[in-house]
Design a protein around this ligand. Structure first.
Ligand SMILES: [Zn+2]
Length: 144
């Protein structure tokens, strides 16, 4: 099979997936400096598995925490915010069948009045933390 995908490591330390043809900017620092192709893949599923193993969930949670305006209050333990928030979003966006979608996440984001985060960001954290598994129909199954 043709290798169409790549796991890329940015100089900031973040691993991410990209098509080989056109390497995207780093999702964390949004640059293309000193990117290294670590491995090539013919399957996007394998690529995603390896990326969730390469990135530690706590790093990604911390990253998200810094993007969240509403929780930027003094006296809050910033370490726990990412986890707490992800829990809230998951609780309100997961269906009875343990399914989430971009639509249900964007509803939760609206309910929680979050402005600095997109549903795609949330999916990225969830996938990187191996909390969800992507289905073929554009939804994700949540592991409880
Ligand atoms: Zn980077």
């Amino acid at each position: 099979m043709q290798e169409r995908w790549a796991m890329v490591r940015c100089e900031c330390g973040r691993y991410f997936g990209s098509s080989l043809k056109k390497i995207v900017n780093c999702p964390r620092c949004n640059t293309k400096k000193n990117q290294k192709i670590i491995k090539k893949y013919s399957s996007s599923e394998l690529l995603r598995d390896d990326i969730s193993k390469a990135n530690t969930p706590s790093e990604i949670e911390n990253e998200i925490t810094t993007r969240l305006e509403i929780y930027e209050k003094p006296n809050r333990d910033s370490q726990s915010v990412g986890k707490e928030l992800i829990g809230k979003i998951l609780a309100s966006s997961t269906s009875d069948e343990n399914i989430i979608s971009i639509d249900s996440i964007s509803d939760s984001i609206r309910e929680l009045s979050l402005t600095k985060i997109s549903p795609e960001d949330i999916i990225e954290i969830l996938e990187a933390s191996s909390l969800v598994l992507r289905n073929s129909n554009g939804t994700w199954t949540v592991f409880q």
